[in-house]
Design a protein around this ligand. Sequence first.
Ligand SMILES: NC(=O)c1ccc[n+]([C@@H]2O[C@H](COP(=O)([O-])OP(=O)(O)OC[C@H]3O[C@@H](n4cnc5c(N)ncnc54)[C@H](OP(=O)(O)O)[C@@H]3O)[C@@H](O)[C@H]2O)c1
Length: 192
Amino acid sequence: MKVAILGGTGKFGTALTRRLASTDDVVIGSRDAERARAAAAELGVRGASNEDAVDGVELVVLAVDASAALDTARALRAAIGTTPVLSVASELTVKGERSLAERVADELDAPVSAGLHTVAASTIGEEQDALVCGDDDDAKALALELAGRAVAGRAIDAGKLRNARALEGLTGVIVAVNKRYKAHAGIRLTGV
Ligand SMILES: NC(=O)c1ccc[n+]([C@@H]2O[C@H](COP(=O)([O-])OP(=O)(O)OC[C@H]3O[C@@H](n4cnc5c(N)ncnc54)[C@H](OP(=O)(O)O)[C@@H]3O)[C@@H](O)[C@H]2O)c1
């Protein structure tokens, strides 16, 4: 799959890129094209400015710092157009009724899915499930395909985008569990 990972210079984007580099055509995006190219060279993929990175890809992964997700989506609205977007962002302090992913969707003309919130950068590729939700079936299918390669377990369709609020909230749960048990927890659904 041709995929742009915006914020691909960061902790999560770097880990996801490393995982996908051998199976997907990945381009790392950054606010600074030079920084993207330097990070990409180390991972054997391409790098570009966020705006150029989204050009011609099948899926955009919005993996910038969560506090910058809305501004980044707003700034890239024209460049992203109708290309499907996967938002992985979680706010540890929930702001308002609606999820960050739903608010990202408000800023874009593209169909937005949300997922991978329980998959820590340090546990990408490990045996765990990845939950993905979204309203557009085709866009969600792409996000699920990518999520399925990001973990050794399964990518699970978690329903409509309104469920993003619950998925985003799981990040805080995982962080609390990790602190309590000095662990690197992931999620595994039973009965599916
Ligand atoms: N870390 C995890 O384990 C984990 C797990 C699941 C989901 N997530 C989600 O993944 C996303 C990235 O997390 P992370 O830990 O990788 O974050 P991070 O390292 O702090 O940031 C990722 C990238 O965001 C870009 N960025 C930072 N501030 C920005 C701003 N004001 N405007 C635009 N871009 C900005 C930076 O790229 P440039 O400076 O190169 O532009 C940075 O390398 C977050 O939304 C987080 O909720 C993280």
